[in-house]
Ligand binder design. Structure first.
Ligand code: 5AD
Ligand code: SF4
Length: 504
């Protein structure tokens, strides 16, 4: 650990989290979005010395843990790390909160709705904590990086025993110890972070698909987005560490890897002394004997020609790209600080389609950004018709305190946002259905993932392009690659018939 990280709590941030300026004692280091905004020039250190303190190694024996995960794949993967740490301390997983000795809420701050959900569930934990006072209830993830959240929890949710931030995950054993032995709430949220902790244990969900972080944080500061504040500055893992992890997953028999980062196209920019980007990394990962490699999330601004060239080599690099556009209007994009225009985005789409004609493109879009006019929204509709995405994640703009857009004038009324979302989804659904219908009668490679929840004789899998296909087959094929011919197409699902009965 660096000296900076071991520093005692900063009183300024304590005050910012608690308006009453009460002294919460020695286990208190609260967040500050203002500090989080600053991007330091310090070098990024990589630590390979993670260890569970001796006295915590057996503490969980005979006890259970439960982690409730909200939000994105990055959070899901952080949960796998926290599960790994807790299991290294002897805890076993449970789905039953009444049985758990440790319950963690790994939270999401991206939209207000996500936060409301967490507060609702935290309220529900009050009764459970009353019946089991030894239960340790922890709040972590993106919400804990916001001072207004920490302040609200301190004032009204006394069932919470500890709060820790997205940069403090490796401190979980120590924080848990402090929470067990202290009567005070334990709060440790670092707002600035420059380090990467490499060798934390992980308990992965499933043995077919795996998430692999390639970078952390985001420096883009899109004006609507809280992520650069909650996840800190861009930090890339070293290529050799990523490659070693993917090799090990291949050796263990995993079939698919999803590379994760908030802005993966900035991969490598922060690695001193090397000119190495996402294209270079993909070109090396391509040579590993694992059937499928995907990545998310891309930023159109940094998506370069070299990456397109490498993706066009295919092999285990699948024909699917998630390319968030956010708006079809260059004026709105400017206010969002996306740093590209509609024309630049369309040119990128053209290049990608020329290099990979059967590519499946998906996107994220926000409707109702402050000041978005009907004409500007129509530009989004027209962009959707031009690009023809395979599917889209559509969101209504939600103001996030501390971001520049939250104080922009001309907020769009809720009903207008709703109606725009609905109109956009109608356009997209038509395109999705058309694209599915074009697949009828064709044969695709499918990675079988699970049984259908509705019918145990039906299995669900995904094509290389990420499309869900239902197929009647024996469940011994779960985790295997097979071939299916598409026999029926609906807006959100495809139905297929097994061609090969064994793994291809
Ligand atoms: N309001 C609505 N949607 C948002 N997103 C990010 N911030 C906000 C916000 N304040 C969306 C973006 C991003 C996705 C993960 O969430 O579309 O790509
Ligand atoms: Fe948020 Fe923009 Fe960074 Fe994506 S690129 S995480 S939308 S700031």
């Amino acid at each position: 650990m660096t000296a900076k990280q071991e520093a005692t709590p900063d009183l300024k941030s304590v005050k910012s989290a608690d308006k009453k300026e009460k002294d919460y004692g020695k286990y208190f280091q609260a967040p500050s979005l203002k500090d989080a905004k600053k991007r330091g020039k310090e070098e990024i250190s990589v630590h390979y010395d993670f260890a569970i303190p001796e006295e915590m190694k057996e503490i969980g024996k005979g006890h259970h843990y439960l982690i409730r995960t909200f939000g994105c794949q990055m959070n899901e993967h952080d949960t796998e790390t926290m599960a790994g740490i807790l299991e290294a301390m002897g805890y076993t997983a449970t789905e039953d909160e009444l049985e758990a000795s440790v319950v963690l809420f790994n939270t999401c701050a991206i939209r207000e709705g996500a936060e409301d959900k967490v507060f609702g569930e935290l309220g529900h934990m009050k009764r459970i904590k009353r019946n089991n006072p030894n239960l340790i209830l922890g709040l972590c993830g993106c919400m804990s990086q916001e001072e207004k959240v920490v302040s609200r929890v301190l004032k009204t949710y006394d069932q919470v025993d500890m709060i820790f931030g997205t940069h403090n995950i490796h401190r979980l054993p120590v924080l848990l110890r402090d929470a067990m032995f202290s009567k005070e709430i334990v709060v440790e949220v670092w707002s600035k972070e420059g380090d990467i902790i490499e060798n934390m244990p992980k308990t992965r969900t499933g043995d077919t698909k795996a998430w692999v972080n390639i970078m952390y944080g985001c420096d883009k500061f899109c004006t609507y987005c809280i992520v650069p504040y909650t996840r800190g500055k861009e930090r890339s893992r070293l290529p050799e560490d990523v490659i070693a992890e993917v090799r090990e997953l291949a050796r263990q028999g995993f079939k698919e890897v999803m590379l994760l980062g908030q802005n993966v196209n900035a991969y490598g920019k922060d690695i001193e002394g090397r000119k190495y980007g996402l294209g270079d990394l993909m070109d090396e990962l391509r040579k590993i004997d694992i059937p499928r490699i995907r990545f998310t999330t891309s930023h159109p601004r940094d998506f370069d020609d070299h990456l397109i060239e490498v993706l066009a080599k295919r092999g285990n690099l699948v024909e699917q790209i998630h390319l968030p556009v956010q708006s079809g209007s260059s004026e709105v994009l400017k206010k969002m600080a996306r740093k590209y225009t509609r024309e630049h985005y369309m040119e990128l789409v053209r290049k990608i389609k020329a290099a990979i004609p059967d590519v499946s493109l998906t996107t994220d879009i926000i409707v109702g950004f402050p000041g978005e006019t009907e004409e500007q929204f129509l530009e989004t509709l027209s962009l959707f018709k031009e690009v023809e995405y395979d599917s889209a994640y559509t969101f209504m703009y939600s103001p996030r305190e501390g971001t520049p857009a939250a104080v922009m004038a001309d907020s769009v009324p809720e009903e207008v946002k709703k109606s725009r979302l609905h109109r956009l989804m109608e356009v997209q659904n038509e395109i999705s259905l058309k694209k599915h219908q074009e697949m009828l009668g064709q044969t695709y490679e499918l990675l079988v993932e699970s049984e259908s929840r509705k019918n145990s004789e039906v299995l669900i899998g995904r094509t290389r392009t990420g499309k869900l296909v239902h197929v009647k087959a024996d469940n011994s094929l779960i985790g295997k690659l097979v071939h299916v011919t598409i026999t029926d197409a609906k807006t959100f699902t495809l139905y297929g018939e097994l061609v090969t009965k064994v793994e291809v």
